[in-house]
Write a protein that binds this ligand. Structure first.
Ligand SMILES: Nc1ncnc2c1ncn2[C@@H]1O[C@H](COP(=O)(O)OP(=O)(O)OP(=O)(O)O)[C@@H](O)[C@H]1O
Ligand SMILES: [Mg+2]
Length: 280
């Protein structure tokens, strides 16, 4: 299973829907933006739920063209980080910057319009609506109807399984199929950065591989990815960079390969030596 994911590779490629948009990153590992401001950065973030502090001076960044994984156990603050990026929850202090501007004061619809797509925890599709209607909801902020229709066609090529289910009610699809619809819906907004909360959660091994392969492919087409995952061994196979969160603090960060090889990661998240053997 892991070998399949590793084969996906991380070759450079053009941007998603790049015909009329920003420059194509020449290197998916983020070399293009080296030295310049990251696409997304969180600086000294302190977040609270009432009296309970969920983030302690959180710092992280996603460079253009990268896949960045935020790893951590239950209740470590991963989903809270997503909420902060999307403007669903405002930190008490700190700064969130995207594409050269502060987005801290923006509403969630404004954040999405700036170019951040979201695949939330548990997918959150509209279950009574058809797959097609769900996909078109992802383009609600766009008024270029012709390009939306073209993007819909492109999604159906990228996700053939979704194409087969296009007129079905979204709620009748399997978990893996719903995950793909959620990804396609987010891509319909033409995001520069795709944020995904536990995209492989609850999926069968076959779909886990498929979803990770699709994330790597979307990234090769130029979309940067920020993903939250509990499954560190899988997420790090495709990640350029990873951060490990523990009770609201980043305790470790490094390249995907370095983290995979790190004994602390193996012990904490990959089940020790056995898992490390599997991952290599
Ligand atoms: N709406 C809320 N009100 C109060 N506390 C919350 C709320 N949402 C989350 N928390 C608390 O904040 C902390 C971080 O939660 P968060 O959901 O970010 O964790 P997580 O890393 O995503 O966990 P999981 O792996 O279980 O999804 C936890 O202690 C949680 O109980
Ligand atoms: Mg969570």
């Amino acid at each position: 299973m892991i070998a399949t994911v590793a084969r996906v590779g991380l070759a450079p490629a053009g941007r998603w829907g790049s015909s009329d948009s920003e420059p194509v990153p020449s290197n998916a590992r983020g070399a293009v933006t080296k030295g310049s401001e990251p696409l997304l950065s969180l600086r000294s973030i302190n977040t609270f739920y009432g009296p309970v502090q969920a983030h302690f001076d959180l710092d992280l960044q996603v460079r253009e063209g990268q896949i960045v994984s935020l790893l951590g156990g239950n209740a470590s603050g991963k989903s809270t980080t997503m909420k902060v990026v999307l403007g669903l929850l405002k930190p008490r202090s700190g700064e969130v910057r995207f594409n050269g501007e502060s987005i801290l004061a923006l509403s969630t619809p404004q954040v999405i319009r700036r170019g951040i797509g979201s695949v939330p925890e548990a997918r959150r599709l509209f279950p009574a609506m058809t797959v097609r209607e769900n996909l078109l909801m992802g383009a609600y902020a766009r008024n270029d109807r012709k390009a939306v229709a073209e993007d819909l066609e492109r999604m159906l090529e990228l996700f053939p399984r979704v194409a087969e289910r296009i007129e079905f009610q979204a709620g009748t699809l399997s978990g893996g199929e719903q995950q793909m619809v959620a990804m396609a819906r987010a891509l319909m907004g033409r995001p520069r950065l795709l944020c995904m909360d536990e995209p492989t959660m609850g999926l069968s091994p076959l779909y886990v591989d498929k979803v990770l392969e699709l994330i790597a492919r979307i990234n090769r087409q130029g979309v940067s990815v920020f993903m939250v995952e509990q499954n560190a061994s899988l997420a790090l196979q495709i990640a350029h960079h990873g951060y490990v969160l523990q009770t609201g603090r980043i305790v470790l960060s490094g390249s995907g390969q370095d983290l995979l090889a790190d004994a602390r990661i193996r012990d904490a998240y990959l089940g020790g030596a056995d898992a490390a053997r599997t991952a290599s």
